[in-house]
Design a protein around this ligand. Structure first.
Ligand SMILES: Cc1cc2nc3c(=O)[nH]c(=O)nc-3n(C[C@H](O)[C@H](O)[C@H](O)COP(=O)(O)O)c2cc1C
Length: 467
């Protein structure tokens, strides 16, 4: 993380998506010894106490006593109180080689500070804040050096949003929001206001106030909706997408037949899950569509900005916006594909089921057609034998037996024909085949019946002669 000259790119730390633990500036406390101590307990970034920029620039003595640091004291943000853009920029240039960013105090509510135009009174002077941010941005050479502001909120949150957006347009790197108004001291922090600010700017926003334990960091993180939570949410969507792709690949494997899939789908576990299937399907669709729309909104938010101008104004800001745009686009793709594959998967499962039942019906029809063919063949053989017997002039008994046999066969065949006709209705494609067979058989019956009639006539004629 550390560059050759010891500088740390603080903006990279925000990009990592984890929740950063930052030790806020505290006059009299946040000195080198205190910073060294908190760094031993996983503090990610430290602030110096507020230093009055004008005093700092006035004498070497003030500089030496107000600002001490060492090599291990990084990443470090030096906080200044200032009401003049050039003084702040000068002070920033002095500390830039030994630190990673400067911060403008816009939150100190103390009367002495307010009366001198420092601290919280600056939240009502957005143009001045903008000017100071821009001066520092333009005069510090290091493009990775951050310039941030630490503010309190207004009673009317719109004013806070306006201040932050102005600072953002001037190239502020990140903003710390102490979620109390200038008048409030120990009242509960307005996390909703911090969230509003967070939602209205693209730069990282740090929630400040009422953080007493490590667990408070997580709850503040949850309440203000910062980036870490989004990362978890989109990781889940990406995982879901990979699962969908995996399942589709398995469903499309060529050596697993539709019949086999049907057996798998008919397992008891699926029957149990089928009860919730429709609800799960619809819930997933709704969730994914909401995420998709959220991603569309994000893409529109970041692609609407003039990235070209921002690049000249502030390289960090440019990279940051690009990163946000890239992430929004990635989220758009993964949620869009997840919805699409979810629908495709449902369709594929339905088609596999349909294919399995059609092949089962076709197999049954085939068996019935084979049986009918065999019966017809047998019937023809019997008929042939009967004919032979008649030709050979065998007695009435043989003829009568033959006739009886023939009648039974005809009855049996008729029954089979009826079953075949019913089955034919089930499948249109198989029906054509069966229709042909039925027609053939019907013709054959007619012919046989005619022959039968003719044989009977012959027999009657023979009987009369005998009489
Ligand atoms: C002793 C003390 C000194 C402080 N000094 C500064 C300071 O120099 N600059 C600043 O921006 N905030 C300063 N603060 C405010 C804190 O940085 C922080 O915003 C505040 O403590 C958060 O509210 P909390 O007390 O509910 O945690 C100071 C707070 C205390 C308690």
């Amino acid at each position: 993380m550390k560059s050759y000259n010891g500088n740390t790119n603080v903006m990279d730390m925000f990009e990592k998506g984890k929740v950063l633990k930052i030790c806020a500036p505290m006059v009299r406390y946040s000195k080198l010894a205190f910073r060294s101590l908190v760094r031993k307990y996983n503090c990610d970034i430290c602030f110096t106490p507020m230093i009055v920029a004008a005093d700092f620039m006035r004498s070497v003595k003030a500089r030496d006593s107000e600002f001490t640091t060492n090599e291990c004291d990084r990443p470090l943000i030096v906080q200044f109180a200032a009401h003049d853009a050039q003084t702040l920029a000068d002070a920033a240039c002095v500390v830039a080689p030994f630190s990673d960013g400067v911060d403008l105090n816009c939150g100190c509510p103390q009367r002495w500070a307010m009366s001198e135009g420092y601290g919280a009174c600056l939240i009502n002077k957005p143009e001045l804040v903008k000017d100071m941010v821009r001066h520092v941005r333009n005069q510090v050479d290091n493009p990775n050096y951050t310039v941030s502001i630490k503010i309190r909120i207004h009673k009317d949150i719109k004013q806070t949003v306006d201040l932050c957006q102005k600072a953002e347009s001037a190239g502020v790197s990140w903003i710390t929001v102490h979620g109390r108004t200038t008048e409030e001291r120990h009242q509960p922090v307005h996390y909703d206001a911090i969230k509003t600010v967070k939602d209205s700017v693209s730069v990282p926003v740090i929630a400040n106030g009422d953080i007493k334990y490590l667990r408070d960091v997580e709850s503040a993180h949850q309440l203000t909706g910062v980036d870490g939570r989004m990362t978890l949410q989109w990781t889940a969507v990406a995982l879901f997408l990979y699962v969908e792709v995996g399942l589709l690949v398995i469903l499309c494997l060529p050596f697993i037949s539709a019949k086999r899939w049907r057996i798998i789908f008919q397992l008891r576990i699926w029957n149990f899950m089928a009860r919730f299937w429709n609800k799960v399907f619809l819930t997933m669709i709704v969730i994914l569509i909401v995420l998709f729309l959220d991603a569309v909104r994000e893409v529109r938010k970041y692609s609407g900005r003039d990235l070209g101008t921002d690049a000249k104004l502030q390289p960090n800001m440019f990279d940051h916006l690009h990163m946000k745009l890239f992430r929004a686009q990635r989220n758009l793709y993964i949620s869009g594909f997840a919805v699409f594959l979810w629908l495709v998967m449902k369709r594929v499962i339905t088609l596999i089921n349909q294919l399995a039942s059609v092949s089962e019906n076709t197999a049954a029809l085939q068996t019935q057609a084979d049986n009918a063919n065999q019966a017809a063949k047998k019937y023809m053989d019997d008929n042939e034998q009967l004919k032979k017997a008649l030709m050979e002039g065998k007695g009435d008994k043989a003829t009568a037996d033959g006739m009886e046999l023939l009648r039974k066969e005809v009855e049996k065949l008729k029954g089979e024909l009826k079953t075949t006709g019913d089955a034919l209705k089930q499948s249109q494609s198989a029906a054509d085949v069966m229709k042909k067979q039925t027609d053939g058989l019907a013709r054959e019956y007619d012919r046989l019946l005619k022959e039968h009639q003719a044989l009977q006539n012959l027999q009657d004629a023979g009987s009369k002669k005998d009489d």
